[in-house]
Design a protein around this ligand. Structure first.
Ligand code: NDP
Ligand code: 2IT
Length: 451
């Protein structure tokens, strides 16, 4: 790295020595920006990188709530408002016991450049809590969401900050959060996205991340005369992103043979067809059960997750792999297995699913890598379209939204592949996405002075 880029990274590490995920996100981003830094003296002079790596604002708060036994429970709530350079802060809320400031900051940082790539006017943010929704009753989830919003409401607004879902936050939680916001403020506005279809939610928002991931992957493959049709795919996770990735792969004539959760994975060599996918949706979204039940119902192998190293899911022969669970789910050993099995493309549905070492192994093995900032941008893109519909007080048809989503993903592909060729090497979509996302945000920051 050039000395000025290296200095930014060292400063981040010194300032927040414990924030490993944030450091990782900044590091991979700076590796790309380093390739163009010589041509951008203004960026160095006006300390754009130093400013980008410090959130505009971090809000941390207490979330007290009452469990079903009448006990007081306390969680920690977060909202990281990373950048408002090109629009109101925008990004999801995550409810997972692992949530901490480092994870919130890495997600908010990624979101800034992802949102920029969508071409829509959205800044970047992320929030959530270390609340664990697993095993909680419907009433406990509602009380938690109401308490969380009772603090969050004063920091957000349709032109200020517009949260949405992420891990552990789907339509149900957004509904409770929205109800509480409306009650406190007496305003019916587009302050959250991913709302129910009856109260301002956009059609195709639940599908958008998974569909967008497949649309972008399809665009990359088409350029190489490859196709989803007739292919065999690995998908990890079994939540929102995984489900609609499977749905779109099936629709395009591909076959998905794996799904997982944090307890284990299933392998279904015959393929998770639409009927079996309907069972997964019911199992995960309604029953809130475990993927193990799929193996019991369809008599297919189940492998329990016993170690953090080398996930057997990434050691199965297939054409393409779609990590759709969580950060760093593909580590060095997994990447070596994917390369050994000659996987042709890895499409990142999850945010930062590959460790730095894994990413290096995949790209140096010639595997096409569709990086998260571009590949999973479909979700927030349709969130942007939901904001547009709310401002218009209109509702577009599912066909209209899907067409917009397809155009946005095509455009993202065009922009990241052109940026890769111009500033880095052909097909280095990691550099392409980082550079294309960065350019617009940095121009906006330069134009707005020292803010
Ligand atoms: P869900 O909560 O719907 O599903 C998450 C899935 O990932 C579950 O199967 C869960 O298993 C698994 N998982 C979560 N944490 C871990 C972990 N630490 N180890 C192993 N498995 C884990 O979330 P989403 O599908 O919405 O999100 C999945 C990924 O996609 C995340 O990285 C998210 O940031 C990203 N993303 C989501 C978008 C959206 O619109 N929802 C948009 C863009 C990116 P279990 O049930 O056992 O916890
Ligand atoms: O990581 C992400 O892009 C999301 N969780 C979706 C954010 C959004 O505002 O729709």
């Amino acid at each position: 790295m050039h000395s000025q880029t290296e200095q930014v990274y060292q400063m981040v590490c010194r300032r927040d020595p414990n924030e490993r995920e944030f450091q990782q996100a900044v590091y991979t981003f700076l590796l790309s920006i380093d390739k163009i830094i010589d041509e951008l003296p203004d960026v160095t002079y006006h300390k754009i990188l130093e400013r980008m790596t410090e959130p505009e604002r971090v809000i941390m708060f207490r979330v007290p709530w009452m469990d079903d036994e009448g006990n007081c429970q306390i969680n920690r709530g977060f909202r990281v408002q990373m950048s408002s350079a090109i629009g109101p802060y925008k990004g999801g809320l995550r409810l997972h016991p692992s949530v901490n400031l480092s994870i919130m900051k890495f997600l908010a940082f990624e979101q800034v450049f992802k949102n920029s790539l969508t071409g829509l006017p959205m800044g970047g943010g992320k929030g959530g809590s270390d609340f664990n929704p697993k095993g909680k009753s419907e009433q406990e989830i509602m009380r938690f969401c109401q308490s969380f919003m009772t603090e969050l409401y004063r920091h957000i607004g349709p032109d200020t900050d517009v949260p949405a879902g992420d891990i552990g936050v789907g339509g149900r939680e957004i509904g409770y959060l929205y109800g509480q916001y409306k009650r406190i403020t007496n305003q019916f506005t587009g302050v959250l996205t991913g709302k129910g279809p009856d109260f301002g939610g956009s059609f195709i928002r639940p599908e958008a991340t998974g569909y967008g991931l497949v649309y972008l992957s399809q665009a990359i493959l088409a350029d190489k005369k490859m196709d989803i049709k007739g292919s065999t795919c690995l998908v990890s996770g079994s939540g929102n992103v995984a489900q609609f990735t499977v749905e779109k792969i099936n629709a395009l004539g591909g076959k998905v043979i794996t799904l997982s959760d944090s307890s284990g994975m299933i392998i279904d060599e015959e393929g998770i067809n639409d009927e079996k996918l309907a069972f997964v949706k019911m199992l995960k979204n309604v029953k809130r059960g475990r993927i193990k039940e799929y193996a019991e119902k369809y008599h297919v192998p189940y492998i329990e997750r016993t170690s953090e190293v080398a996930n057997p899911l990434w050691n199965i022969k297939a054409d393409y792999a779609f990590p759709c669970a969580t950060q760093n789910e593909i580590v060095k050993e997994d990447a070596l297995n994917l390369a050994k099995n000659k996987i042709k493309l890895v499409g990142e549905g999850a945010n930062m699913p590959c460790s730095i070492e894994a990413e290096e192994i995949l790209t140096s093995s010639g595997i096409l890598l569709a990086p998260a900032k571009a590949a999973n941008a479909g979700g927030v893109a349709v969130s942007g379209l939901e904001m547009a519909q709310n401002s218009q007080r209109m509702k577009w048809t599912p066909e209209q939204v899907d067409k917009e989503l397809q155009n946005i993903m095509k455009n993202i592909y065009k922009n990241i592949s052109e940026a890769a060729e111009t500033y880095s090497t052909k097909d280095n979509f990691i550099d392409g996405a980082n550079i294309a996302g960065f350019m617009k945000v940095s121009r906006a920051m330069l134009a707005q002075g020292y803010v």
